[in-house]
Ligand binder design. Structure first.
Ligand code: FES
Length: 158
């Protein structure tokens, strides 16, 4: 890290909080995977949501610069214990301000904002699919005992 970074950035960069992964396929986990077009850096952020819609656990991984690591580390601490509605209101400008990021590093904090939104979206999509599973039809194939012909009967979703 270059000199001149705020000590909060250094602290999160040197000791990032909540690094790791949650089981992607768990029904209570939402995964956000986003990239920053400006630099090609990538961030993965996952949330676990309890029955009351509160974020109970957060983990992240990033192939990103020091500011991206600091922003995501800060974001994980910030959203733990929040409702999804409150978590999705967090703006990158808040992170940038808190960590005193210079203007050229604003997009790094944007990555953290995008990642939490994307994780929330993923969680909600998963929940709505679970509570509303797509019904699939099936096709019965039988052989007629009289003619020996194969008969296919389609059963549409009910
Ligand atoms: Fe790309 Fe920081 S330089 S995320």
């Amino acid at each position: 890290l270059a000199r001149g970074y705020h000590e909060k950035v250094i602290s999160h960069y040197e000791k990032p909080r909540n690094v790791g992964s949650l089981p992607k396929n768990a029904p209570d986990v939402g995964t956000g995977l986003v990239g920053a077009p400006a630099c090609g850096d990538v961030m993965k952020l996952q949330i676990r949501v309890d029955d009351n819609g509160i974020i109970s656990d957060v983990k992240f991984k990033t192939f990103g610069c020091g500011s991206a690591i600091a922003s995501s580390s800060y974001m994980t601490e910030r959203v733990k214990g929040l409702s999804l509605e409150d978590a999705e209101k967090i703006k990158n400008t808040e992170i940038a301000k808190e960590l005193c990021l210079p203007p050229v590093k604003l997009h790094c904090s944007m990555l953290a904002e995008d990642a939490i939104r994307s994780a929330i979206r993923d969680y909600r999509t998963k929940r709505s699919q679970l509570s509303n599973p797509k019904k699939s039809g099936f096709i019965d194939v039988t052989q007629s005992s009289t003619t020996g012909e194969t008969v296919a009967t389609a059963h549409p979703p009910t």
